[in-house]
Design a protein around this ligand. Structure first.
Ligand code: PAN
Ligand code: ZN
Length: 189
């Protein structure tokens, strides 16, 4: 049997999430990439919210794809910077998020409204089973950096979360600490 790929190494800067070599960088800006994702987005200044640096592999279920995500610190209204969040297009595909630096939360939700919150910081290896939408939130003052490893043909379904939102949101409380509260705009599918 002849394998169809050669092994390769990627160097990961564990603090910044920078990859060497960088192969596929995607920047997500508030205005262009996340319209309507935050409750109090009107009038918020445009900015870079997060960056994804991917290690591309063929999109098959033989492969393991990976990426780092770097979420800048900040809030939009009272909500902390977060990723768009998605189900996998092949919704039963699972994933692992390994926290590398910074401080945040991983939100997970099913399409019937169950939800879970997990820590996302250095050393937290979170298993995201198939069928759970996932979004990460930077609740700290530094960039939140994590490594994701997922099945090559997982794909992305962004539309469901864009339309329905997550059951909960993460806001800066009056004491300056993060609070997970019900999302008043959540619409169950
Ligand atoms: C991650 C995410 C990454 C950015 O690699 O794609 O953190 O989040 P959004 O895709 O929701 O914008 C992953 O979960 N891949 O499957
Ligand atoms: Zn995913």
């Amino acid at each position: 049997m002849t394998p169809n790929q050669d092994p390769f190494t990627t160097w990961v800067d564990l603090r910044t999430g920078t990859l060497d070599p960088e192969r596929d960088l995607q920047d997500k800006h508030l205005a262009a990439d996340m319209p309507g994702y935050y409750l109090e987005q009107d009038g918020a200044e445009d900015r870079l919210v997060y960056r994804v640096s991917a290690v591309p592999v063929p999109a098959t279920n033989d492969e393991l794809a990976s990426s780092t995500t770097i979420i800048e610190p900040g809030t939009v209204g009272r909500e902390y910077h977060m990723t768009k969040g998605h189900f996998h297009a092949n919704w039963e595909r699972s994933e692992i998020y390994l926290g590398l630096s910074g401080e945040g939360l991983l939100l997970m939700a099913t399409d019937d409204g169950q939800h879970r919150t997990a820590p996302l910081r250095e050393g937290a290896a979170n298993y995201i089973p198939g069928g759970w939408a996932h979004r990460s939130v930077n609740t700290g003052d530094e960039p939140l950096v994590f490594l994701a490893v997922y099945i090559g043909d997982a794909g992305y379904d962004y539309a469901t979360i864009a339309e329905e939102g997550f059951p909960v949101i993460v806001v800066r409380g009056d004491d300056g600490r993060p609070e997970v509260v019900d999302n008043p705009r959540y619409r169950r599918g």
